[in-house]
Design a protein around this ligand. Sequence first.
Ligand code: NAD
Ligand code: ZN
Length: 243
Amino acid sequence: MSGLAAVAAVLRGARHVLILTGSGVSAESGVPTFREAQTGLWERFDPRALATPEAFLSDPALVWRWYRWRRELVRKAEPNPGHFALAALERRLPRLTLVTQNVDGLHQRAGSRAVTEYHGNLFATRCFSCGESPAGAEPDDEMPRCSSCGGLLRPGVVWFGEPIPVTALQAAARAAADCDLFLSIGTSSLVWPAAGLAEAALAGGATVVEINLDATPLSGQSHHVLSGKSGDLLPELVNCLLV
Ligand code: NAD
Ligand code: ZN
């Protein structure tokens, strides 16, 4: 049995499937991961150094310029066949929990209905000082300010070193403890606490499957590893499920 057919067989028998996606799933939509070299305007910058509260405090205008550029890039991007295959899986399986580390909203645009955003959303905004999210249209000033306290507004994403929003953290932890199949797709399994979800699923006895272009720290612990692009492998997996 091929790797794909074996994974399709596990999917067919699963009671509760938990899927964790990372930036690799959006790479084929033209949204760069943080681990690959950046192109154009931002090639001199390391995204992992810009996506921090320290970077925002030292140069908020620079961080806002980067986020506006990323918002524009994502607005022009389209979901790829991997996103669409995951939306199709949600419709076919009795119970699927989709947790994404992506902030681009492409799963929702592809038709996934219940998406837990672990790292927030690129198009959300909140106050760096009081935490309030502005109602209504997003301010488009160079350095938007909070209408309640006058503090600086920031992108509504989770930066490196920051806590995960409590509702997402709890929903993902519950699903990791309950699932009988865990799929890790397009994520390096290096960013915590998201990487801990696979460990929790393994500890609960779930079958663990990894889909990635490269090997990761999770590969050795996975029951099945499918190596390749999620935009190729996920549609093939959905087709396997149908036969
Ligand atoms: P990451 O830790 O999720 O690593 C990306 C992984 O994707 C790598 O293991 C790589 O081998 C794999 N990959 C690349 N192309 C692939 C493909 N076509 N098919 C399957 N796998 C593929 O992510 P990161 O880029 O280091 O980002 C860290 C955090 O930054 C993310 O968790 C996220 O919060 C944020 N981020 C979000 C986006 C987005 O929303 N699209 C993009 C970049 C970064
Ligand atoms: Zn405020």
